[in-house]
Design a protein around this ligand. Structure first.
Ligand SMILES: NC(=O)C1=CN([C@@H]2O[C@H](COP(=O)(O)OP(=O)(O)OC[C@H]3O[C@@H](n4cnc5c(N)ncnc54)[C@H](O)[C@@H]3O)[C@@H](O)[C@H]2O)C=CC1
Ligand SMILES: O=C(O)[C@H]1O[C@H](OP(=O)(O)OP(=O)(O)OC[C@H]2O[C@@H](n3ccc(=O)[nH]c3=O)[C@H](O)[C@@H]2O)[C@H](O)[C@@H](O)[C@@H]1O
Length: 445
């Protein structure tokens, strides 16, 4: 099939490579000329495991190319994925859907014959109906179908999740639209992956509900971490024990500094606003509480760091391991690690940040903060080490606690992701502090 992918960011770029991998001929449309050129040269503009290899393979095979020209894509493809951004509006009151509306409004008049538009961006409920009006008003003839196909991929697993999703959800209104979906995803559906066909509003709500549930789980376990601190209980043990019940599960149950990234925070904020507009009072109360718990997590982390320090942290040099919003990505959008760095700096401490993949992006966003090019340099002469992003090289490499022990001023690790194997740090003489747990001291080990 001939396919276009309009908007080649964290979702669209891996999706375009995945479509080529499925055997389609693909053209990616990207407005940013530098990003477009890099992608065309087979160079990934951000770190995403396995993506650059797939991109390079299909740009050199000729099955995948990129352009800034939407008209070229309109001429070439039969099916157009829309994967442009939906950031929060500047006033925080819901999504700014102008990129989606703009892309569809520009595309429709360029289509010369039957075509299918498949929206994947995350949008507020009611957007597909607005887009359908644009399609109906602007299409030259009949035969332009609009489908909503929300995406559930996780950054850091974008390639894997695109090629091996656990379900495909589509909101559509005609048998022809369904045929197009079945054709474009044929190799995935042939493996038995479930296709959930519904109407567009239900598809829109499925996506918002999925992300809202994920954040509810994270805020739930973070609220329980707070309770554990009051009573001296261990939140990691609580999460483990309750997660054995399959109705609860272990996924999304790692307590810590809260959810961040380019999606969950803005999706929950926008959905909270939308359900409020709709007058869904209980949904609004529930989601507001989820957001409120999350907003309090950086302060909970700062307070733990102060406790571990034995008092105010002004003047303290703090090695901050991690800058990306989670491990496995160079994405620093709404990163809890950088939010924490800002709060530490506000209290007069000197955070020195290291991240294996996100240093360049962090430096661009926060040039006023201090950075180190290796973990060893970051920890040298540090008063405290804070693990802010759960990269395996920080959580699971036994060499790091041993090497760092000889470089720091005090062997105090504050793990605000509750992610390290604490035994190896304790064995190397460190104190280990985690949220919702008692501090672990090396002599007790
Ligand atoms: N990042 C992720 O893991 C996931 C993102 N989503 C949703 O997908 C959408 C995109 O998210 P990201 O890829 O993270 O955003 P992004 O900001 O990384 O990418 C959007 C891209 O679209 C480009 N663009 C904007 N208007 C365009 C136009 N008219 N023509 C061509 N290119 C255009 C921008 O230059 C940018 O490169 C959002 O609605 C997001 O909520 C959904 C699931 C996963
Ligand atoms: O709509 C989207 O864009 C995507 O948003 C999330 O994917 P992603 O943003 O890549 O990140 P997650 O892995 O969900 O993590 C989000 C944040 O929550 C934090 N988190 C996650 C899990 C956990 O147990 N605890 C926790 O604090 C992470 O560190 C991170 O800051 C969803 O997981 C995807 O299904 C969805 O498609």
């Amino acid at each position: 099939m001939r396919v276009s992918v309009i908007g080649c960011g964290h979702l669209g770029a891996p999706h375009s490579a995945a479509m080529a991998e499925l055997g389609h001929e693909v053209i990616g449309v990207e407005l940013d000329p530098d990003k477009c050129r890099a992608l065309g040269d087979g160079i990934a503009p951000f770190y995403e495991a396995g993506f650059e290899d797939l991109l390079a393979r299909h740009t050199s095979s000729g099955r995948l190319r990129f352009t800034t020209d939407l008209a070229e894509a309109a001429d070439f493809a039969d099916l157009h994925f829309v994967t442009v951004g939906t950031p929060l509006r500047e006033d925080g009151r819901g999504y700014d859907v102008s990129q989606v509306i703009g892309a569809v409004r520009s595309l429709v008049p360029l289509l010369r014959g039957p075509a299918t538009i498949v929206g994947k961006s995350t949008v507020p409920v009611g957007t597909v109906a607005r887009l359908q009006e644009i399609v109906d008003a602007g299409a030259r003839g009949s035969g332009v179908e609009l489908i909503w196909n929300p995406e559930f991929l996780r950054e850091g697993h974008a390639v894997q999740d695109s090629l091996f999703p656990d379900r495909i959800v589509v909101g559509l209104t005609s048998p022809r639209a369904r045929e197009m979906v079945e054709e474009v995803y044929a190799p995935i559906l042939a493996r038995g992956v479930g296709l959930i066909v519904t109407d567009p509003p239900t598809a829109e709500v499925i996506k918002s509900a999925a992300n809202s549930f994920l954040t509810t789980k994270i805020s739930f376990i973070n609220a329980i971490a707070e309770v554990c601190e009051f009573v001296g209980a261990d939140v990691n043990m609580v999460a483990h024990a309750i997660g054995i019940d399959t109705r609860i599960g272990h996924g999304g149950m790692r307590p810590g500094i809260g959810y961040g990234g380019g999606c969950l925070p803005k999706d929950v904020a926008a959905f909270t606003h939308r359900v409020g507009e709709l007058g869904a009072r209980h949904a609004h109360e529930l989601l507001s509480a989820v957001e409120s718990v999350n907003a309090g997590r950086p302060l909970a982390a700062v307070e733990l760091i102060e406790k571990a320090n034995g008092g105010p942290i002004s003047g303290r040099v703090i090695a901050l391991l991690g800058a990306s919003f989670k491990a496995g990505t160079s994405d620093v959008r709404d990163s809890p690690a950088l939010r924490l760095a800002g709060q530490l700096a506000e209290r007069g401490a000197v955070p020195v940040i290291y991240d294996p993949e996100a240093l360049a992006a962090a430096r661009t966003l926060y040039p006023e903060l201090a950075y180190a090019d290796t973990a060893e340099r970051a920890v040298t002469d540090a008063d405290l080490v804070v693990l802010a992003t759960e990269w395996p090289e920080f959580t699971a490499d036994p060499k790091l606690p041993v090497a760092a022990a000889g470089l720091v001023r005090r062997k105090v690790l504050v793990d605000v992701r509750n992610a390290v194997e604490s035994g190896m740090w304790l064995a190397a003489g460190w104190e280990v502090w985690q949220l919702g747990r008692q501090p672990q001291l090396p002599e007790a080990h």
